[in-house]
Design a protein around this ligand. Structure first.
Ligand code: FEO
Length: 164
C-alpha cells in the first residue's frame, strides 16, 4: 500500500515524464524543420526514454496498489531561436526534473516509504547522467558558435545515438 500523498506525487511525476517526452518530440520536429536529422533522431530517442521513465513510475505505483491517474499533458513549446537555445532549454528542463525527483525522495523519507526510496535511487543516478549529457551538448554548441561545419559534425555525431 502507498499513502494518498505519495500516490498523488507519483501521478504528478508520471505527468512530468510524459511532458518531457512531449517536449523532446517537439524539439525533434523543430530540428527536422532545420534539416538537422541527427539532432531530430537524438531528440526522438530521448522522447522514448522519457516514456520509459513514465512507465517505471506507472508500474511502481500499480505494484504498490496505488491508483494511476493520468493528468492532462501541457502543450510544449514549438520553436526555439537556435539549436543552442533548444539544448539550453533541454538542459534546464533536466535540472527541473532532478529537482522534482529530489523532492519525491524527501517525501518518501518523510513518509517512511522504503520501497519508493529504493526505486528513486535509480532516478537520482539517471538524472546525473541526463544533466551531464545535455550540458555536454550545450557546451559543444557554444564552442562552434556560428560554424555550419561544426553544426553538421555535431548533427552526424548525435545521429549515431542508438534508441534506448
Ligand atoms: Fe525523465 Fe530526462 O528525465
Amino acid at each position: 500500500m502507498i499513502s494518498k500523498k505519495l500516490e498523488a506525487a507519483l501521478n504528478k511525476q508520471i505527468n512530468e515524464e510524459i511532458f518531457s517526452a512531449y517536449l523532446y518530440l517537439s524539439m525533434s520536429t523543430y530540428f527536422l524543420t532545420l534539416n538537422l536529422d541527427g539532432f531530430a533522431a537524438w531528440m526522438k530517442a530521448q522522447a522514448r526514454e522519457e516514456m520509459s521513465h513514465a512507465m517505471k513510475f506507472f508500474d511502481f505505483l500499480n505494484e504498490m496498489e496505488g491508483r494511476v491517474t493520468l493528468l492532462a499533458v501541457k502543450e510544449p513549446e514549438r520553436t526555439w531561436k537556435s539549436p543552442l537555445a533548444a539544448f539550453t532549454a533541454a538542459h534546464r528542463h533536466e535540472q527541473y526534473i532532478s529537482g522534482r525527483i529530489n523532492a519525491l525522495y524527501r517525501l518518501a523519507l518523510a513518509e517512511s516509504c522504503y520501497p519508493m526510496q529504493i526505486m528513486l535511487q535509480w532516478f537520482i543516478k539517471e538524472q546525473v547522467e541526463e544533466e551531464a549529457t545535455a550540458a555536454g551538448i550545450v557546451h559543444q554548441l557554444s564552442q562552434i558558435q556560428d560554424s555550419t561545419q561544426g553544426l553538421w559534425m555535431i548533427n552526424r555525431e548525435l545521429g549515431e545515438r542508438k534508441a534506448d
